[in-house]
Write a protein that binds this ligand. Structure first.
Ligand code: ZN
Length: 80
Protein backbone atom coordinates (compact mmCIF):
# COMPACT_ATOMS: atom_id res chain seq x y z
CA UNK A 1 0.00 0.00 0.00
CA UNK A 2 1.36 3.43 -0.91
CA UNK A 3 0.46 6.86 0.42
CA UNK A 4 -1.03 9.33 -2.04
CA UNK A 5 -0.12 12.23 0.23
CA UNK A 6 -3.72 13.42 -0.04
CA UNK A 7 -6.04 13.98 2.90
CA UNK A 8 -9.74 14.82 3.00
CA UNK A 9 -11.95 15.90 5.87
CA UNK A 10 -15.07 13.88 6.74
CA UNK A 11 -18.18 16.07 7.11
CA UNK A 12 -20.89 15.77 9.75
CA UNK A 13 -22.76 13.17 7.65
CA UNK A 14 -19.66 11.00 7.21
CA UNK A 15 -19.05 12.09 3.62
CA UNK A 16 -15.74 12.98 2.01
CA UNK A 17 -14.57 13.68 -1.52
CA UNK A 18 -12.56 10.99 -3.28
CA UNK A 19 -10.10 13.10 -5.30
CA UNK A 20 -10.57 13.14 -9.07
CA UNK A 21 -6.97 11.98 -9.59
CA UNK A 22 -7.75 8.79 -7.66
CA UNK A 23 -11.09 8.28 -9.45
CA UNK A 24 -9.44 8.69 -12.86
CA UNK A 25 -6.55 6.39 -12.00
CA UNK A 26 -8.90 3.64 -10.79
CA UNK A 27 -11.65 4.11 -13.39
CA UNK A 28 -14.26 5.11 -10.82
CA UNK A 29 -17.07 7.02 -12.48
CA UNK A 30 -20.13 8.94 -11.22
CA UNK A 31 -22.78 6.49 -9.89
CA UNK A 32 -20.29 3.62 -9.58
CA UNK A 33 -20.69 1.63 -6.38
CA UNK A 34 -17.76 1.24 -4.00
CA UNK A 35 -17.42 -1.70 -1.65
CA UNK A 36 -16.11 -0.87 1.83
CA UNK A 37 -13.68 -3.14 3.68
CA UNK A 38 -11.99 -2.66 7.03
CA UNK A 39 -8.66 -4.05 8.18
CA UNK A 40 -7.72 -3.18 11.75
CA UNK A 41 -7.52 0.64 11.62
CA UNK A 42 -7.86 0.94 7.83
CA UNK A 43 -10.84 1.56 5.58
CA UNK A 44 -10.37 0.14 2.09
CA UNK A 45 -12.57 1.21 -0.81
CA UNK A 46 -12.81 -0.93 -3.91
CA UNK A 47 -14.90 -0.53 -7.04
CA UNK A 48 -17.78 -2.96 -6.58
CA UNK A 49 -17.85 -5.68 -9.19
CA UNK A 50 -20.57 -8.20 -8.41
CA UNK A 51 -19.68 -10.62 -11.22
CA UNK A 52 -16.93 -13.22 -11.61
CA UNK A 53 -13.49 -11.66 -12.24
CA UNK A 54 -12.83 -14.17 -15.01
CA UNK A 55 -16.05 -14.76 -16.94
CA UNK A 56 -18.51 -12.03 -15.83
CA UNK A 57 -21.02 -14.62 -14.60
CA UNK A 58 -22.95 -13.07 -11.70
CA UNK A 59 -24.39 -16.30 -10.27
CA UNK A 60 -22.95 -18.48 -7.49
CA UNK A 61 -20.10 -16.08 -6.66
CA UNK A 62 -17.57 -16.82 -3.90
CA UNK A 63 -14.62 -14.78 -2.65
CA UNK A 64 -11.26 -16.31 -3.58
CA UNK A 65 -8.01 -14.46 -2.71
CA UNK A 66 -9.99 -11.23 -2.44
CA UNK A 67 -11.60 -11.62 -5.89
CA UNK A 68 -15.15 -12.57 -6.79
CA UNK A 69 -15.17 -15.77 -8.75
CA UNK A 70 -17.94 -18.13 -9.87
CA UNK A 71 -17.94 -21.79 -8.85
CA UNK A 72 -17.31 -22.90 -12.44
CA UNK A 73 -14.12 -20.83 -12.69
CA UNK A 74 -13.09 -21.89 -9.18
CA UNK A 75 -13.39 -25.52 -10.27
CA UNK A 76 -11.26 -24.75 -13.37
CA UNK A 77 -8.60 -23.18 -11.13
CA UNK A 78 -8.56 -26.25 -8.90
CA UNK A 79 -7.52 -28.34 -11.91
CA UNK A 80 -4.31 -26.28 -12.39
ZN1 ZN B 1 -16.40 -17.31 -13.74
Amino acid sequence: MKSTGMTRQVDELGRFVLPIEIRRALGINVKDTLEIFTDEERVILQKYQPACSFCANADDIVLFAGKRICRACLNELKKL
